[in-house]
Design a protein around this ligand. Sequence first.
Ligand code: ATP
Length: 489
Amino acid sequence: MASGEEYPEEENYGDVSSVGALQRAGYAWADVAALEPAAAGRAVRVRGAAQEVRAKGRVVFLVLRQGSATVQCVVAGADGDVGITLFAAGLSRESVVDVAGVVALPRVPVRSTTQQLVEIQVQKLHCISRSVPKLPISVDDAARSEEDVAGAKARGEQLVHVGQDNRLDYRVIDLRTPANQAIFTIESEVEYIFRQVLRSEGFIGIHTPKLISGSSEGGAAVFKLDYNGQPACLAQSPQLHKQMAVCGGFQRVFEVGPVFRAEDSNTHRHLCEFTGLDVEMAIKDHYFEVCDVVDRLFVAIFDHLNKNCVKELEAIQRQYPFKPLKYLQTTLRIDYDEGIRMLKEAGVHVEPMGDLSTQAEKKLGELVRDKYGTEFYMLCRYPSAVRPFYTMPCSDDPLFSYSFDAFVRGEEIISGAQRVHVPEQLTRQAEARGIDVNTIATYLDSFRYGAAAHGGFGAGLERVVMLFCDLGNIRKTSLFPRDPRRLKP
Ligand code: ATP
């Protein structure tokens, strides 16, 4: 059929490139996930991807997928009409098709689809978009768990294992697997609860610039660019501007936005572009007011996922098995000093007053889990020397700071602190770190016009989901990851 042409009602099958003209009198659009046995006998129209096309004698079984939901469609060709069955048999996998037919109850439950108790007896079948006959990776292969591949190997069989790079090269196909559909649904839920809880606590959402003149966090991990002849950077965090928003009179702000880090080493937990979940707030007495927000917020996020995303978590578990996260309803806080003591008692070498290595953090996560029964906790009061220049030193001992990190399964997901709001002290602390204060002059000036005591924190969305689901690689929780080597697709 020519492109754009209206589809004649009497034609029961064919290719059609203009969906706008399609009419199917008597067939109501249905969602695959919502079909149920009570709908038996009803005429429905369903659009989805042809996940599987299997001819058996004169019948073609078509598995149609919408999101993560699948249903078996049976193309038998009424009155010996072989045209529609030949047409169905010739469909390439992943082609998008329009099925019009009648909901029916299969004689035995269909084991290979999510809809096991209903199927569709096809009367009309139209192809909206044909996929190439040979896909670079198949959804079935991409959806297979490593355990299945290993199990088959042990039995002397060979099942295709799609490697990470290959998946990411063909991400639009890879994203169609049930696990990936679930991962990004969960990510969206985390973002939703983050906004919802903060809004309910009087925070407002803001958007800070990503093109800035100096680096936000210092150090070398910054993407430099030319801004109409001026040197500029992509923001490594919304840090400076979210604090400036508090200086601008907003008591409580949050931001969900892109963060750019020119990471130079490939790790399982660093991306060059990630989604920052940031908070900044005026505080009254103590930086624990910030920790209290972290506590309520993240417990609400974890509770929500466990309660309302059961299907998604199961879909992820099927491909990437993991144990549910252990966490307390009131999040544990321990001091850095106590953490160091626990590590030393366990025989782990730690630099005095130094930052914890990745291995030490992981080990401390295990020790905390064994002692306190939680895999989510906050480590507070870090040495000032290992925190950014804008961190407030403790008033009783300036070698330590009013700062904290939060960990999930022994890996950092959040970093937070009270900030210095006294301009002279802030300038001194920046200079002591070798920062050229001219590059952050407008930030420093913001504190000269009256500034509230304040604090805040930043988390990485992809890291939260990676660690909640114990996925082991942050590329799995980034839709189109940007790492030191990957800039495509
Ligand atoms: P790390 O020690 O893991 O490199 P960091 O101390 O550089 O992290 P912060 O600058 O404190 O991290 O950023 C706050 C949060 O942002 C981190 O706890 C993490 O969740 C997230 N994050 C930081 N860097 C990255 C990155 N390169 N990729 C993904 N998420 C990141």
